[in-house]
Design a protein around this ligand. Structure first.
Ligand code: IPE
Ligand code: IPE
Ligand code: MG
Length: 250
């Protein structure tokens, strides 16, 4: 018996990789690739809204990206501040709720203010939650959650850790996409991707369009998510649940 058609992914997470190579192929500075990456993100957000995706989480700047040349780092910070100012009104009109996920310490006052303004301006929106992971690392997230619980003297359980982490306000990602051809996680959602389906695309992020997104979603829908069970157990559970997340042990 073929597996039951899976539901569309409710939460999609993306490692937006390949901006630098996109620019290099065109003999442009790397920052031109990042600027093009912002355009690609706008297109992707619209496509997710149109497809009824509930949550989109994007990796925009990692804890390790500080190791890049200083001019690229400052260029990326400037690009974020500019993109927020330009895009937030339209995101808000489209019903997008923007959430910043990452370590605020180390970011300039300007960038922090832009992020906080974007969050407060869009806080009431419910169509799509857009989590922007910026100065984010999966190890940082697990560590800060454990440290907060320890400081409060609270017991460390799967559920309490989960609740103290950056993505506590949304269910775990169903589908994690990485563009740019690399097959690694690069310190992205180490905790939350425990049972996510992965899709690796050779497209560079600026070239990742609606058709590429649809290909990733189609691949996801053809998979059987077992969460440790057997295929027979999964198939007996008809109709397939709307959405499944890994059960948390308190
Ligand atoms: C991803 O593109 C964006 C960031 C990490 C900020 P890259 O800049 O890593 O692009 P490549 O991998 O060099 O092509
Ligand atoms: C991952 O891409 C981080 C982001 C997309 C923000 P990198 O290009 O930094 O990853 P590595 O260094 O190739 O693993
Ligand atoms: Mg890269």
């Amino acid at each position: 018996m073929p597996p039951a058609a899976a539901a569309a992914p409710h939460h999609i997470a993306i490692v937006m990789d390949g901006n630098g190579r996109w620019a290099r192929q065109r003999f442009l500075p790397r920052l031109a690739g990042h600027a093009q990456g912002v355009d690609s993100l706008r297109r992707c957000v619209r496509a997710c809204v149109a497809r009824g995706v509930g949550v989109l989480t994007v990796f925009a700047f990692s804890s390790e990206n500080w190791n890049r040349p200083q001019d690229e780092v400052s260029g990326l910070m400037g690009l974020l501040a500019k993109a927020l100012a330009r895009e937030v009104p339209e995101l808000s009109r489209d019903g997008v709720c923007v959430r910043f996920v990452g370590e605020k310490a180390g970011l300039s006052g300007n960038v922090r203010k832009g992020l906080e303004q974007a969050e407060s301006l869009t806080a009431g929106n419910t169509r799509l939650v857009l989590n922007v992971c910026f100065n984010y690392g999966g190890r940082w997230d697990i560590t800060q959650a454990a440290a907060r619980l320890a400081a409060r003297g609270e017991p460390i359980t799967e559920a309490s850790l989960h609740a103290a982490m950056g993505l506590a306000h949304v269910p775990d990602p169903d589908l994690v996409i990485r563009t740019g051809g690399e097959m690694r996680i690069s310190n992205f959602l180490l905790w939350q991707a425990a049972y996510s389906e992965f899709f690796f695309s050779d497209r560079l992020w600026p070239d990742f369009d609606e058709a590429a997104l649809d290909e990733a979603i189609a691949s996801f829908r053809a998979r059987e998510r077992r969460f440790g069970r057997t295929s027979e157990q999964v198939q007996q559970q008809q109709p397939a649940p709307e959405r499944q997340t890994e059960p948390l042990r308190a």
